[in-house]
Design a protein around this ligand. Structure first.
Ligand SMILES: *Cc1c(COP(=O)(O)O)cnc(C)c1O
Length: 385
């Protein structure tokens, strides 16, 4: 059996090596390392794929979120509602801009923002909502957009984990996640569903004015060369990354299909296991399976058991990960906002139980069979005890 990786970018590359190498060499040959034509070509192709008017490439996903918030003219002290159960980048940029993060609970099934919790968290200072499509499952955008419209709030989607995921509205229309809110932000970090060979990110919007503003902010607030109208930053996707991403974009749908096939295999092998909950798939979202995350439940000491499963798998040369061991409201960096006093029972409950299995485009049946047999072995041993 081939060794099992959490993410296997190497073998994914080898399958399209000729294509990628040629594209990268082409950039080197042109010497247009920054702002090469390929960056605009990739942006146009990604816009077409997502069905969105504007794609603004930037240096990474964290910058994308920051630039989105800068473009909305939020003032220090303005409140931004966001889940506590997410990667730190989502919430850190809020604090970095001297805005106030307001953490809300997630749905224990989808791991995504709970609309009722959002509604309850709104105050006169609330300016924006940042839903996260965690693990590749869409947040309930229909409800979130309705709340935002009622209260005149902006919605920035953190789509770093869900690029390619379709959201189906009650009337049957479909949109790609990241294109539903006023702004969408994504990351091309190598392990993401559309991964570069380094850092990268992008912003999406259908709003012409926001697009112009975000483009300016990402380029030192410049309207024309050396004329800087607003305060910005330096956040560029380089041409080599754009060349890699432009090729990988043509394979994105097959990559997501491969992830879904691995998830289906896991589902079939693990569903019905005692003390374990397999990922939920809401009918409005077709899961892009950036992660395949199990919940351990009902064994004596859940956290200890979860950590024990993590160690047991490691002993069998199977990597697994805890995304994320500490939720936002318990991170030291946010203590200044008094967030650690908030009761967040659902988030705490999830934090103690989640464990993510390897999922990527290169898993074969032999590997999947071995992983599921070891997970089942552990669960059975625990349950019989
Ligand atoms: C990866 C990720 C980001 C940040 O992206 P970077 O490119 O690493 O800056 C933001 N939010 C979520 C949910 C992520 O998974």
């Amino acid at each position: 059996m081939r060794s099992i990786q959490m993410v296997d970018t190497k073998n994914q590359y080898l399958k399209i090596k000729a294509e990628i190498d040629a594209a990268v060499l082409n950039v080197i040959d042109s010497s247009a390392f920054i702002n090469g034509k390929i960056v605009q070509d990739f942006a146009a192709n990604l816009s077409a794929y997502l069905g969105v008017k504007h794609t603004i490439p930037v240096a990474n996903g964290t910058d994308a979120l920051q630039i989105a918030m800068m473009a909305l003219d939020l003032q220090p002290g303005d409140e931004v509602i966001t889940p506590s159960f997410t990667y730190i980048a989502t919430t850190e940029v809020i604090a970095l801009l001297r805005l106030t993060p307001v953490f809300v609970e997630v749905d224990p099934k989808t791991f995504c923002m709970e609309p009722a919790a959002v509604e309850k968290a709104i105050t006169a200072k609330t300016k924006a909502i940042v839903p996260v499509h965690l693990y590749g499952h869409a947040a309930p955008m229909q409800e979130i957009m309705a709340i935002a419209a009622r209260h005149n709030l902006f919605v920035i989607e953190d789509n770093a984990q869900a690029i390619g995921c379709d959201y189906t509205f009650p009337d049957g229309t479909k949109k790609k996640t990241g294109t539903i809110g006023h702004i969408g932000a994504t990351s091309f970090y190598p392990s993401k569903n559309l991964g570069a060979f380094g850092d990268g990110g992008a912003l999406f919007t259908n709003d012409d004015d926001l697009a112009v503003k975000m483009k300016m902010i990402a380029n030192h607030g410049q309207s024309k060369k050396y004329y800087h109208d607003i305060i910005g930053c330096n956040s560029r996707l380089d041409s080599i990354q754009a060349a890699v991403l432009n090729i990988k974009l043509t394979h994105l749908d097959e990559y997501i299909t491969a992830r879904r096939m691995a998830a289906d295999y896991y589902d079939k092998a693990l569903s019905g296991s005692k003390n374990m909950i397999i990922p939920y798939r809401a009918s409005y979202s077709n899961h892009a399976f950036h992660q395949y995350t199990l919940l351990l439940e009902g064994i004596d000491n859940v956290t200890a058991d979860r950590n024990e499963l993590n160690e047991f798998l490691a002993k069998n040369n199977i990597p697994s990960m805890i995304y994320y061991p500490v939720p936002g409201h318990k991170q030291k960096m946010f203590e200044q906002f008094n967030v650690n006093t908030l009761p967040m029972p659902v988030t705490d409950w999830l934090t103690e139980r989640v464990i993510s299995l390897p999922i990527h485009t290169e898993l074969d049946e032999e590997q999947l069979g071995f992983i599921t047999s070891k997970v089942s072995e552990f669960i059975n041993k625990k349950t019989l005890k």
